[in-house]
Design a protein around this ligand. Sequence first.
Ligand SMILES: *Cc1c(COP(=O)(O)O)cnc(C)c1O
Length: 450
Amino acid sequence: MDKNDLTRRQFIAASAGSLAAVTSGTIPAYANLTKKAGKLAILGGKPVRKNKSWPRWPYWDENVIDSIVKTTKSRIWCRIQSRSGTVPTLEKKFAELIGAKYCVATGSGTQALHTCVEALGIGPGDEIITSPYTDPGTIASILSARALPVLADLDRESYQLDPDDVERRITENTKAIMPVDIGGQACNMDRIMEIAKKHNLKVIEDSCQAHLAEYKGKRLGTIGDLGCFSFQSSKTIACGEGGAILGNDEELMDKCYTVHNHGTSRRGRTEVIGPKYRMNEFEAAVLLGQLPGVHERFARRNANAAHLTYRLKNFPGITPQKLYEGTTNGSFYLFPMTYHKEYFNDADRSKFLKALRAEGISLSPYIAQGLHKEPWVEHILSSKVYQKMFSRKRLREYREQNRCPNCDKVCQEMAMIWASGPLLGTKEDMDDVADAILKVYENRDKLSSI
Ligand SMILES: *Cc1c(COP(=O)(O)O)cnc(C)c1O
């Protein structure tokens, strides 16, 4: 269901009425959602939010401290010292938590993704299709294997990969799709899996932002051949730097272990090419100390996301991220929204953000521009390795086709809350966000002067 379409359509239907309301002197329906409108804080008015703090992130409590101390005193600081140390324990618990048979913990999400690419035998001459609107780690994992990241365009309303564009970009070299669950909410996994099946491609889920999020009754990261997670400081389960691979295929997961362990298998033989990407016991200690409250925090972020979405529901100026049918909940690493400047007197997003900041609400863009516009593209096109591995014709086409206009638009019009900590706040905190947005809207005629 395209719920935003519905919202937009409802608005269009409603706007004829509200236009009449404006001319007759009454306030359009959504304006009464705020009680705090008044002079903009940036112009000397009273801010919507003052002297209130947001929940801090990353999270810690005595459990986390105890866990680190215990690991320190145990002198088991490296996973190969014990089968019952924190890393093997975390692998078992994280697999159970998300609902996969096996887990290999790594030093980061990027390392997890790179390990998967290598374990699937993907390398020079091969192509993997992924999103330009993601963490640089996504494409770094492909480049580290000297494969070619092919970037497909986005669905402008969900900021997720557009499956039709993914399908258009398949070539004879394509070996896998690496869908990204941006924001921590599901991309269109049904269509991605369908396309992968049709073209016999592997699927490595980049669920680095999507811990515990569900899609059609399954947890993200358990739908493709392999799924990857990050525990970097900002993520919704965090230990500084860390990552994990999940999978149900024992043989493939054994390969992942071997690759991540400098090519050395559980049997102790050095068998393949592999970096050393093992998670250390202190990282796992932090994670184990943090797991007890994970479900509670996940539920709170979902409840707050639902409330904020509800508050903005009939307001056409800001549209929260479109969620695909079958999204029962999200991780809400980000709470992304589209800023429609046409409803704000055509004020640039930067002015909107500036006015909001003065109200005590910090929203920000995610990435300034899509990865298709970063200098690595020319770097690889002029590198000897890539010129050796791909035909001149393919590299020329690659450069010509490296365009993602929807992604460019998303980079310009998306504004989001870094949500890991803030979405653990109260309902009133969410009301502050909505009130500030609506207050800026009501003062939209002043935005050109700030
Ligand atoms: C964070 C992140 C990564 C990389 O994870 P690291 O642990 O930082 O290496 C990859 N993909 C996405 C979508 C991410 O958010």
